[in-house]
Design a protein around this ligand. Structure first.
Ligand SMILES: Nc1ncnc2c1ncn2[C@@H]1O[C@H](COP(=O)(O)OP(=O)(O)OP(=O)(O)O)[C@@H](O)[C@H]1O
Ligand SMILES: [Mg+2]
Ligand SMILES: [Zn+2]
Length: 387
């Protein structure tokens, strides 16, 4: 079989494979079950969080000739379908992924699934064509499904034409609009659609998915290595899978955290911890030495500073209310949280807020300055109160 990038190979083919979008998956599964699938949906949210993927699964589910029935009892935790509905005797439907229609959809050769990229077909002519086409019944399926990606790129005239279709959609058509920038859509369009906001999956959720992929690919990976990948993907499942793909081309027996650090060019996490300790002890000399070392060893200072800011933010949250610990658990291990809890005792909120301001400013300067390390050195001097 030809090599396929991971994020294509592992694009979920059914609802229960989706991570981090329980609120959407649960609602859509209920709509399928009760036969109340709408005619217009708007999927909005960050890149690589499953908008196109869920749109395709929905297209398949409404057309599948042989839906598989799964018991609600099994999916309670996974999908957080509301408990009352997830009683053992309740059930939901998934596409079978083996009937002819499902297979056609999976291979993107079904004429009744029309995917339009509004970034390149953004004009009135394209929408007119769409409107014409939508009038005709589907060729083999029950529903014709239109997925319009990057829909915010459409011209005003195109939006007006689309609106007419959304006002009176043909009974056999479903429109799924997807965008990372829902605010750029006219209200008239938005109010015609059922709007679903996609969330960024948490670090732990991304790790779970990466673990699944490692098992499938028969690759061993340290949990801390996966954690690092998950963190640097900043909530995009696609980015996490791309990074993981880069790492596994090393053909290693076991993927280690250090290797991931090397590939990502991020300074070892100990550097951030040590740096934080130095600056909180007002030891500017050691902190500046460390900046020099990070730079000389070829690590990315911007990434380092980003991780530092993340730690400062976590510290500030813990300082404001120790209960934020439950939120942090989504992204950090208990060891990491414990370490932060120790640090937070000696720091005060004002100091942390000050630190955030200073290092956020350094973030801008790292990109601008001829000597990127200077941005961090100046931040150290300011934070340690030397001037
Ligand atoms: N919620 C998710 N659960 C599991 N895998 C996911 C999820 N979201 C994204 N992925 C992975 O990332 C890939 C890209 O996802 P998808 O194309 O659905 O993102 P998107 O939200 O449409 O992004 P964009 O805004 O860039 O179009 C998928 O093929 C899949 O491998
Ligand atoms: Mg997409
Ligand atoms: Zn099927």
């Amino acid at each position: 079989m030809s090599y396929q990038v991971l994020y294509r190979k592992y694009r979920p083919k059914k609802f229960s494979e989706i991570i981090g979008q329980n609120h959407i998956v649960g609602t859509l599964m209920n709509a399928v079950k009760s036969g109340r699938v709408g005619h217009a949906y708007l999927f909005s949210g960050p890149r690589g969080t499953g908008k196109t993927t869920i749109a395709r699964i929905l297209a398949k589910t409404v057309n599948c000739a042989n839906l598989s029935k799964i018991s609600g009892g099994n999916i309670d935790d996974k999908l957080s379908v509301r408990r009352s509905e997830a009683k053992a005797d309740s059930y939901f439907f998934e596409p079978c992924n083996s009937c002819e229609l499902c297979l056609d959809f999976n291979e993107s050769r079904n004429l009744d699934l029309i995917e339009i990229d509004a970034a390149s077909s953004r004009g009135i002519d394209e929408v007119r064509e769409l409107r014409e086409g939508a009038r005709f019944s589907p060729s083999r399926s029950k529903f014709k499904v239109y997925i319009i990606d990057e829909v915010h790129m459409m011209t005003k005239e195109a939006f007006n034409a689309l609106l007419k279709t959304l006002e009176e959609p043909p009974a056999h058509a479903i429109f799924i609009l997807a965008t990372t920038e829902p605010d750029r859509l006219p209200l008239t369009i938005r109010s015609r659609c059922q709007h679903f906001h996609f969330w960024r999956p948490s670090v732990n959720q991304i790790i779970e998915r990466l673990k699944f992929i490692s098992r499938e690919e028969k690759i061993k990976a340290e949990e801390s290595a996966l954690r690092l990948i998950a963190k640097s993907a900043s909530g995009s499942m696609r980015d996490a899978e791309s990074l993981f793909g880069q790492v596994i081309t090393l053909e290693d027996k076991e993927i280690k955290k250090e290797e991931v650090e090397e590939i990502l060019g991020v300074a070892p996490s100990e550097f951030v911890k040590n740096f934080l300790r130095h600056v909180s002890e007002k030891d500017a000399r050691s902190a500046i030495h460390l900046v020099g070392r990070i730079y000389d060893e070829g690590y990315d200072l911007g990434e380092f500073n980003k991780n530092l800011i993340t730690d400062l933010r976590h510290l500030l949250l813990l300082k404001i209310d120790p209960k934020f610990k439950t939120v942090l658990k989504e992204d950090l291990t208990s060891d990491e949280i414990e370490e932060l809890e120790k640090m937070v005792v000696v720091l005060d909120a004002k100091n942390l807020e000050n630190g955030l301001k200073i290092f956020l400013e350094a973030n801008q300067n790292i990109k601008k300055f001829v000597y990127p390390q200077l941005a961090l050195e100046m931040a150290v001097v300011e934070y340690c109160g030397i001037v």
